[in-house]
Design a protein around this ligand. Structure first.
Ligand SMILES: [Zn+2]
Length: 403
């Protein structure tokens, strides 16, 4: 069978932020996009399999930049369900060493039907908010970073402040000191690995910026100094607004301390994102999923986050760029991921309707007709399987999986 596929006549949103192309073609050879553009302007090889998606939107698979999946069977299920929802890449901030093995298994095709995993490893202070490789003091921190790089980490994750989760900590608690963050960032960068920091409050946000980390995550109590500092250093801000959304506040009746702090942070968090957007901070999409809280299913969080970002002033197109191109760049994966442009992996969604008119359509699994991962159909709606003459060698749905 030909290695060529041409996805034709859909409306193309390529993830770069460029205006949509009605009546487009995305030309794929093997795993990668060869080119994408207006139908008629792209020469289609005669032996290409043409897939007619008239009336649909064609766009890059979504990337979630802040998930918690490790390397166990539950992680596999989460990654399978994510792929079916159009999330083709999951960056786990707590993949750790078990997740690295799962990442490699997925990349080698041994674990099938899963979203791609980008594996972050945690280096943390004693009794810190995040936990895996505990290290205190600059030299021990450097050693820990080296260990995680040797294990195969795609990036290093740490915490500069406390968080909502535990009853005995507050977001205002400081985690790593400036001295430790400087050592961590310097060592990670020496090995060409980006640094991702959980930070809700000052001084953690400011210390992280000063240390030269790459991404600030959460910032539920971020202040103007923090937002402007992120811009000045051209860092990425991944707010994870879902965490402090009304829906999430309702999801945890058994954790009153958490709800109280989240409620306090809610307006501060949104004011921070509004300002970040207004002044041109690079905003990313991450959600802190899965989480087993009432009302959230695996895959709900990422499209929900896009709606939260729109409520803070982003346009639908800006949220799509944030969840594709900007996320890929933040994790230094832009050579392979993020946009439907030449040379990238063919991670493609065929969607019913126009997400620029209503971003909410991405939330509904039935509107995501087909998901391609690396040029192969990875998931397809029963109703559309036949339409696209799709043949799958794996179950379409994880029957009986508790999500
Ligand atoms: Zn998290």
């Amino acid at each position: 069978m030909s290695e060529w596929k041409a996805i034709v006549h859909g409306t193309l949103i390529d993830g770069t932020g460029a205006a949509p192309v009605t009546d487009s073609v995305v030309l794929v050879k093997g795993k990668r996009v060869v080119t994408a553009g207006a139908y008629g302007a792209v020469e289609i090889p005669p032996d290409a399999q043409e897939i007619d998606v008239s009336g649909k939107t064609v766009m890059p698979g979504l990337i979630d930049g802040h998930a918690h999946v490790g390397g166990d069977t539950a992680a596999i299920q989460v990654l399978q369900l994510s792929l079916q929802r159009g999330i083709t890449t999951v960056c786990s901030v707590s993949a750790n060493t078990s997740g690295i093995k799962l990442r490699d298994g997925i990349d080698a095709g041994q674990v099938r039907g899963c979203a791609r995993l980008v594996a972050g490893c945690v280096v943390c202070p004693t009794h810190g908010h995040v936990k895996f490789r505990t290290a205190d003091g600059p030299w021990e921190v450097r050693k820990a970073v080296r260990e995680m790089v040797m294990a195969g980490a795609d990036f290093i994750k740490t915490a500069a402040s406390g968080g909502f989760w535990a009853a005995d900590e507050k977001c205002s608690v400081r985690n790593y000191t400036l001295e430790e963050l400087v050592a961590l960032a310097d060592e990670a960068h020496a090995w060409d690995r980006p640094v991702v920091v959980h930070a809700h409050t000052q001084p953690g946000i400011g210390n992280s910026i000063e240390a030269g980390v790459d991404q600030i995550h959460h910032g539920a109590f971020i202040d103007e100094v923090g937002v402007r500092g992120i811009l000045e250093k051209q860092l990425y801000y991944m707010p994870t607004l879902r965490v402090t959304s009304d829906r999430n506040l309702d999801a945890w009746p058994d954790r009153p301390w958490m709800i109280q702090e989240m409620r306090e942070s809610q307006p501060v968090h949104r004011a921070g994102v509004r300002l970040a957007h207004e002044i041109g901070v690079k905003i990313c999409v991450g959600t802190d999923y899965p989480g087993s809280a009432h009302g959230w299913k695996v895959g709900d969080a990422t499209p929900f986050e896009l709606q939260e970002l729109i409520a803070c002033g982003l346009s639908p197109m800006e949220t799509i760029v944030a969840a594709t191109k900007t996320n890929a760049e933040a994790f230094r994966k832009e050579a392979d991921l993020g946009t439907l442009t030449p040379g990238k992996f063919a991670d493609i969604l065929v969607v019913e309707g126009d997400p620029l008119q209503d971003i909410g359509i991405l939330y509904h699994q039935e509107t995501i007709n087909v998901v391609f991962k690396e040029g192969e159909v990875a998931s397809a709606d029963e109703a559309h399987k036949h339409l696209y003459r799709v043949r799958l060698d794996q179950p379409l749905r994880c029957q009986g999986v508790k999500d």
